[in-house]
Design a protein around this ligand. Structure first.
Ligand SMILES: NC(=O)c1ccc[n+]([C@@H]2O[C@H](COP(=O)([O-])OP(=O)(O)OC[C@H]3O[C@@H](n4cnc5c(N)ncnc54)[C@H](O)[C@@H]3O)[C@@H](O)[C@H]2O)c1
Length: 246
């Protein structure tokens, strides 16, 4: 039941949630392939971790870069056991404010990237008969986006669809694919992209009366990555402080 020594590829590691996930997985003894566009940010988290790391500074929406980077990293580490898709970008523009370029870019990063990375990792997982994929989606996928915009909500709904379809395809090979749908995690996405007024208004509306912490999301990832969660697949865990019960 020990996952010590397994390899996890995590994207968006320079961000609040990605960094927290790396710290927890490192605590569990996993070796980490660290992916982000922010080279300095990756190095910062790599320096903090007490496990073997491989740094991949790339844009997850660039298929060639993802394929080349994964091939090099997997050759070096010899395996790919866990994939956590965290990298994502937010836009709060609603339908009529969203131009075609923004629509395309949000989907490229939030949905195409996780698709490319799933394609690169699943063959290794199937071959070894064990694997875990966790996709950081968003409550926006089913809320219609409280403050988040049309392209963002649509891309996260796409990510949920990707989670379901890949979960079905790989279940018989010992690979689970799950998602987490947070609402308002304390990070620059919340502190910089919402006005003070929006923050106060949102906080009052959340039944638990606070935003979530990145560590709380990371803890759920740790659970889904664990060997003991093997019977859970195609599940989207809500982390919305009681906004919606279902
Ligand atoms: N913060 C929230 O309230 C919240 C709520 C729901 C879902 N999420 C989701 O959680 C994930 C992480 O969010 P966060 O709050 O840590 O945000 P963050 O902005 O702190 O981190 C996002 C990271 O992704 C990286 N990134 C962006 N575009 C990239 C690209 N093209 N290629 C590689 N890396 C790229 C950024 O450099 C950054 O380090 C996102 O997918 C986000 O949509 C966040």
């Amino acid at each position: 039941m020990n996952i010590k020594g397994k390899t996890a590829l995590v994207t968006g590691v320079a961000g609040a949630i990605g960094g927290a996930i790396c710290r927890f997985l490192a605590e569990d003894g996993l070796r980490l392939i660290l992916v982000d566009v922010d080279q300095d940010g990756i190095q910062k988290i790599a320096d903090e971790l007490d496990v073997e790391t491989y740094v991949l500074a790339l844009d997850v929406s660039n298929y060639e870069a993802v394929a080349a980077g994964c091939n090099k990293a997997f050759a070096e580490f010899g395996q790919a056991d866990v994939l956590v898709n965290v990298a994502g970008i937010l836009s709060n523009n609603k339908l009529l404010q969203t131009d075609a370029a923004e629509w395309k870019r949000i989907h490229e990063v939030n949905l195409d990237g996780p698709f490319y990375l799933s394609q690169m990792t699943v063959p290794h997982m199937k071959e070894q008969g064990w694997g875990r994929i966790v996709n950081i989606c968003s409550y926006a996928w089913k809320s219609g986006g409280m403050t988040s915009g049309t392209a963002y909500s649509s891309s996260k709904a796409g990510m949920v669809g990707l989670t379901f379809t890949v979960a079905k395809e790989v279940a018989e090979f010992g690979v689970t694919v799950n998602g987490i749908a947070p609402a308002y995690v304390m990070s620059p996405m919340v502190t910089e992209q919402l006005s003070e007024e929006q923050r106060q208004e949102r906080m009052a509306a959340i039944p638990v009366r606070r935003f979530s912490e990145p560590d709380e999301v990371a803890h759920a990832v740790r659970f889904l990555v664990s060997p003991l969660s093997a019977f859970i697949t195609g599940e989207i865990i809500d982390m919305n402080g009681g906004f919606q019960f279902d």
